[in-house]
Structure formats: C-alpha cells, structure tokens
Design a protein around this ligand. Structure first.
Ligand SMILES: N[C@@H](CCC(=O)N[C@@H](CS)C(=O)NCC(=O)O)C(=O)O
Length: 219
C-alpha cells in the first residue's frame, strides 16, 4: 500500500496547499491533477464519482480515495513513516492531543471564521453579502487565536514544541488565509508564521500549489 501511486486533485487553494505540504514533508512522489474550485472542473461526472461534494482537495492512494484536507493529512501521517523532527504520535493520548488542535483549527478558525468571511465577503455573488456576519466572524477569529498564541508561547517553536505536526500545517494555512483577508496577527503568531514559512517543504508546496501567485500575495 505505502508504495501505491498517489494522486492529488486540487490546486490553488489553501485546503489543497495542506495536502501538497504534507506530501512534501514526507518526501513523497505524487501526481497532481491541477483542478480548481468554481471552474466547473469539480463538477464533471468522473470527479463527482471520486468526491460527491465536488470540492478540492481529493487524495487517491492506490484504490483508496479520501476527501477533507484535515483527514487527508492525518491519513498520510499514519500511513507513512514520519521524517525526523515530525511529530506523528502512534499512541492514543498523543494522537488525541494532535487531533484536538486539528479539530480546533478546522472548526473554529476555518469553518466558523474564515470560511464565513470567504463566502460572505469574498463570494457575495454566490453566497450573499453579510457584512455584520463577516465583522463578527473576524472578531471571533481573533478571539480564538488567543488560545493558539498561548499554546505557541508555552510550547516553543511549533504547537508541540520543537517537533512539527499536521496541526501546524492546518494552523499555518489558516494564518496565511487570515493574512490574505487583511487580519493582522498578534506578535507571537506573526513570528510563528515567519518561522513556519521557512520550512523547505512549505516553500516547495507553495510554489507547486500557487503557481500563478507570488508568495507575498498570500502570506
Ligand atoms: N472541508 C473541506 C473543504 C473543501 C473546500 O471547501 N474546498 C473549496 C476550495 S478551498 C472548494 O473546492 N470549493 C468549491 C466550491 O465550493 O464549489 C476540506 O477541508 O477539504
């Protein structure tokens, strides 16, 4: 299974970036199908059979198909041997703590905050403009970030100290997204964002995922 072909469907979005980045951290070879959201490319019969949600990203690993970016990177952390310095605990308590941060980032910072801003400020023609909801979501995002600042300040370099994990991948992609909608970060998190942005795997993934945009446009 580990040596089966890996294919990543998705390009140009923060959620696809998470999967590119994890594959780069693991040093894996993979094929990219560079389809994008809202181009019609996710609506074809063939793609809908893979991902009925008609969204990106989707991962194929041999015959195994998986959607949802947090689930995909968690699967990759389980299915492959983590490189030195990558925290991918195999015990229940360790996994639960990583999962706790992953769910927090995916729910509180992504789904309940920035995705709301994206839909109701960035895509009003599809989802409707809702300025009050957008302002409230931005405020909520900043409030929730306090929990993250505290963890980074006490843990050290990454969310779990010196070892990098999938929770950092999720967090960084959300911080980049927040920066992209002009939400300035508190100092400790701005430093974290700079530090994480120096990882070679992040930079390789960024260049692959955002081929038509410079790094400065998103970070
Ligand atoms: N919860 C999903 C969200 C996937 C998602 O919303 N992808 C966006 C691009 S970032 C998409 O494909 N949107 C297309 C659409 O809504 O039509 C994940 O994390 O993978």
């Amino acid at each position: 299974m580990a040596e089966d072909q890996i294919t990543l469907w998705g390009h140009g979005s923060g959620r696809a970036m998470r999967v590119h980045w994890m594959l780069q951290e693991l040093g894996l070879d993979y094929e990219v199908k560079p389809i994008r959201s809202r181009t019609g490319e996710t609506l074809t019969d063939d793609y809908t059979a893979l991902n009925p949600k008609q969204k990106i990203p989707t991962l194929q690993h041999g015959d195994f198909v998986l959607t949802e970016s947090p689930a995909i990177i968690a699967y990759l952390a389980d299915a492959f041997d983590p490189p030195a310095g990558f925290y991918a605990p195999r015990d229940a308590v360790g996994r639960a703590k990583v999962n706790e941060w992953c769910v927090f980032v995916a729910m509180e910072l992504d789904a309940h905050s920035l995705y709301l801003v994206r839909r109701h400020e960035g895509l009003p023609e599809i989802y409707g403009a809702a300025p009050l909801a957008v302002a409230s979501a931005k405020e909520y995002y900043l409030k929730q970030l306090n929990a993250v600042s505290g963890q980074v300040a006490s843990a050290g370099t990454y969310l779990f100290g010196d070892a990098f994990s999938i929770a950092d991948i999720l967090l960084m992609t959300v911080l980049d997204w927040g920066r992209n909608v002009n939400i300035e970060l508190p100092g400790a998190l701005a430093d974290y964002q700079r530090r994480v942005g120096e990882r070679p795997a992040y930079q390789k993934a960024f260049a692959l995922n955002y081929t038509d945009r410079g790094i400065a446009d998103v970070r």
